[in-house]
Design a protein around this ligand. Structure first.
Ligand code: GLU
Length: 510
């Protein structure tokens, strides 16, 4: 067990777009696998054909690629030694039926012929008898039609006649089931609480419970990382490994904490209204006609998204918050994943993007800003765009804000912030704007320092404090009352443009 190669799988069902909780499961598996020089596998669990959604598999692959958490084996990423990696294709290998048969032969699983009406009737009977959680188990199965209650002959007859049936796990009565979870420690459950899970369905398809165990064994998975919602099923899984005589092949479990709503009240919903996406990429659900926006399309950087996700439930034990993927690989351990739910924080999510935005070079930002400029029919020198990026990035969370906050670098204002004008435009300040325009005209070089000195000297000359005219001056240049460091903006706009804008303002502000 100790020397087992580290192999982790991400095993989503293609039942819809992969939401951020799913991406986090993939991420934690990826981090652990990479940290230990192991493998990261993508397996598609598509045994429930009724829930299959077109495009979901492609979406999962595209999302993992965008996040940079790429499996080295599996659907969409190249076959490894355990192909195929889709359960619907693996069924053809006969492995699920083989393992189910082994369980039946050893007396640990049985055939059940109950119709859905009979199952309904059982539930009603148990409810009437005030059973809190009615289930098919060691007690109730005694009154049902299965190979434990019917004679061997009857069972054979039913099977030969092709009577619809399922295969169920035979869970013992009143036995302690213990297993270790890397995040939660020892978990102890009494088998009385465990139902006789269906392993093979009437259509011959395995259920998740059987299929994932068979595949984890066959694919030599060392750690099974999954959401907390699977914790209640884990005791059944432990029993299956035991009954197959393969407890030594059982992966180590890590059940991740839930991601909670911002107020901590319940599980984060994919319909969350915080304005922050719940899906990595845009997703359209063709069954419900619902569209969900993605992190990618909302202007988040994949590094920021991944960094934020890593912090949802995990912490490095230090105050460091910004981690590249490689740094996460180095720092990650399941021991530092919390047992309790992780609260989603929309503001913090934006903050992460802002940090990554600031880390980007101006050249990189200019490249990202270019398509937005093109949309607005702006043609500008690359160097100039880079300088604009340098100034506007300070107050932005997203590149998409650059235009809203800095369009005036490319287009002279035609309107001026009315509040500022009302408050600040008067004879004296208008005279100042005229005067400073003339003073600027006389400058030979037009740097931040020189324009600022000229600005101050002019104010002084007119007996005004620079603070009295600062915002008005800004509005004359940009139309708006806020923005980047004023004289850096002045230098970037350049002498001709600044003079022109000040003259236009003087002529148009009444
Ligand atoms: N197919 C399961 C799901 O989508 C995977 C659970 C597991 O990783 O074992 O949740």
């Amino acid at each position: 067990m100790e020397n087992k190669r580290v192999r982790l799988r991400f095993a989503p069902s293609p039942t819809g777009g992969l939401h951020m909780g799913g991406v986090r499961t993939a991420l934690f598996s990826y981090l652990y696998a990479k940290k230990h020089g192991g493998d990261f596998i993508l397996r598609i669990e598509d045994t429930d054909q009724t829930r299959y959604v077109n495009g979901a598999e492609e979406y999962i692959i595209a999302a993992l690629k965008w996040c940079g958490i790429e499996p080295n084996e599996g659907v969409g990423f190249g076959d490894g030694p355990h192909a195929p990696y889709r359960q619907s294709e693996r069924k053809e290998l006969g492995i699920y039926a083989k393992y189910a048969k082994q369980l039946i032969d050893s007396g640990n699983a049985y055939y059940a012929f109950d119709t859905s009406e009979e199952l309904d009737a059982m539930r009603k009977r148990l409810e009437a008898a005030k059973v809190v959680a009615p289930q098919y188990n060691s007690v109730s199965r005694q009154n049902m039609r299965n190979s434990l209650t019917l004679s061997e002959d009857e069972v054979k007859k039913l099977l030969d006649a092709g009577t619809p049936h399922v295969v169920r796990l035979k869970v013992p009565r009143n036995e302690e089931i213990r297993f270790h979870d890397i995040i939660r420690g020892w978990v102890v459950v009494n088998s009385t609480q465990v139902d006789d899970k269906v392993l093979l369905k009437s259509d011959g398809m395995p259920t998740y419970h059987l299929a994932h165990i068979v595949d984890d064994i066959e694919m030599e998975v060392s750690h099974a990382v999954r959401g907390e919602e699977w914790l209640p099923s884990a005791p059944s899984h432990v029993l299956i490994y035991r009954y197959l005589g393969m407890e030594d092949k059982m992966p180590q479990f890590a059940h991740l904490p839930l991601i909670l709503k911002t107020d901590g009240n319940g599980k984060l919903s994919k319909r969350d209204k915080s304005g922050i996406p719940m899906f990595p990429l845009d997703w359209f659900d063709e069954r419900t006609n619902e569209s969900y926006v993605g992190y990618r399309e909302s202007g988040f950087f994949p590094e920021a998204f991944v960094n934020m996700l890593a912090m949802l439930g995990w912490n490095p034990g230090t105050t460091q918050e910004i981690f590249s993927l490689d740094e996460l690989v180095q720092a990650f351990s399941f021991e530092r994943v919390n047992k309790s739910g992780a609260k989603f924080d929309p503001e913090k999510t934006k903050w992460f993007n802002q940090q990554y935005l600031r880390m980007k070079s101006d050249a990189e930002l200019a490249t990202l800003f270019a398509p937005i400029l093109k949309e607005h029919n702006i043609v500008a020198e690359t160097k100039f765009v880079e300088e604009v990026c340098k100034l506007v990035k300070e107050k932005a969370h997203f590149v998409s804000e650059f235009w809203a906050n800095g369009s005036y670098f490319f287009i002279a204002p035609i309107t001026y912030d009315a509040d500022v004008i009302k408050k600040r435009w008067n004879e004296q300040s208008a005279a100042f704007i005229k005067e400073v325009t003339e003073a600027f005209k006389n400058l030979n070089t037009f740097t931040t320092a020189e324009t600022e000195a000229t600005f101050k000297a002019t104010a002084e000359k007119l007996g005004m404090g620079p603070g009295q005219v600062m915002q008005l001056f800004r509005v004359c240049l940009s139309g708006v009352g806020g923005g980047p460091v004023l004289f850096e903006m002045v230098e970037l706009l350049g002498k001709d443009e600044v003079v022109k804008r000040l003259e236009t303002a003087t002529n148009s502000i009444k």
